[in-house]
Design a protein around this ligand. Structure first.
Ligand SMILES: Cc1cc2nc3c(=O)[nH]c(=O)nc-3n(C[C@H](O)[C@H](O)[C@H](O)COP(=O)(O)O)c2cc1C
Length: 305
């Protein structure tokens, strides 16, 4: 972890004075990097399998990685130049020589093996062997896929965009997906269920997160209609000392405000009448309980009464 000793200067905008403000000139590239990698997280991990012009296999993890297009289906990842000497990584050299890559997804069962492959082995070393991972022949591209991965994407490299030429400069590899492999257990009955994947994400430094069922949560949102928005709510709700930002967000996702009749009906409920007699805070607390039980309609009726 990197800590900073900074003299706090008032922000030019005068806004949010409780924020630490760092400009690029305050920081070395390595310090900037630790903010980027620490705060843009958790990141998915691209376990990239490539080959060089002689067919030698390479396997390495890249967490500067994401989906960037649905049609054409494109993934992007970025091998940086070395922070020490500016040298390019084997994965980048390989995709420039043979523009094909298999992007294997990393689950918790293989996270230690994945980490081992990030060691800076020389180009002739096959990291599949170093990490005891199974090299499986691909369908449409020459680099092999990782047999243990829950999902693998065979890709053709569409283009590589260098983002600089000094140490730590990124090289954006845009990879078009041509074939997808999903292990049977993650598609029971032929339907892909991503919640079954025990995925890991990269945080800053050596930290990872695990997307286990207990850490998953759902946010219902209107897909076909528009949410009313928090700005459609009266000021006493927007400025509530009881309702949190998440509570307001959930209210703003409602598809419509309740009618006068619905509000009047809710006002007659004994719990609502009692809360009202105790003041606005009690009413908001009652609405908050109903929101957190998932009943947005009732919460709105209580709040607007
Ligand atoms: C989880 C994880 C994610 C990584 N992400 C990146 C990344 O996005 N970009 C990068 O340049 N290096 C990244 N690295 C470091 C590379 O994996 C490492 O430099 C590796 O030796 C590169 O191998 P290669 O030269 O065979 O391509 C990551 C390492 C780990 C463990």
């Amino acid at each position: 972890m990197i800590t900073f000793e900074l003299t706090k200067t008032p922000p030019k905008s005068g806004y949010c004075p409780n924020h630490m403000i760092l400009t690029a000139t305050d920081l070395s590239p390595r310090e900037t990097y630790s903010f980027l990698a620490g705060a843009v997280a958790p990141r998915p991990i691209c376990f990239a399998s490539t080959i060089d012009a002689e067919g030698k296999v390479n396997l390495s993890p890249y967490s500067f990685f994401n989906v960037v297009s649905g049609d054409p289906p494109m993934l992007a990842f970025s091998p940086l130049r070395s922070g020490r000497d500016g040298k390019t990584k084997d994965t980048l050299n390989n995709v420039l020589a043979v523009p094909e890559v298999v992007i294997n997804i990393v689950d918790h069962a293989m996270v230690e093996q994945m980490s081992l492959t990030s060691t800076a082995y020389p180009p002739e070393v096959n990291e599949f062997e170093k990490a005891a991972l199974t090299q499986v022949q691909s369908e449409s591209v020459r680099p092999p896929r990782v047999g243990e991965s829950p999902v693998s994407f065979e890709c053709v490299v569409d283009r590589v965009i260098p983002l600089g030429d000094g140490p730590m400069a990124g090289n954006l590899v845009l990879a078009r997906v041509v074939c997808i492999h999903v292990r049977d257990e993650f598609a029971p009955g032929g339907t892909f269920d991503p919640t079954l994947l025990d995925l890991v994400g990269r945080m800053g430094g050596n930290d990872y997160v695990r997307a286990i069922p207990e850490s998953l949560f759902e946010i219902p949102k209107p897909v076909r209609s528009l949410g009313i928005g928090v700005d459609a709510l009266p000021p006493h709700i927007r400025n509530s000392t009881v309702l949190s930002g998440n509570n307001l967000g959930r209210l703003g996702n409602a598809e419509r405000l309740p009618t006068e009749a619905e509000i009047a009906k809710a006002a007659k409920l004994p719990a609502v009448a009692q809360a009202r007699s105790q003041g606005r805070e009690s009413l908001h607390t009652l609405a908050k309980d109903s929101l957190e039980r998932g009943d947005v309609e009732l919460a709105l009726r209580i709040l607007l009464g």
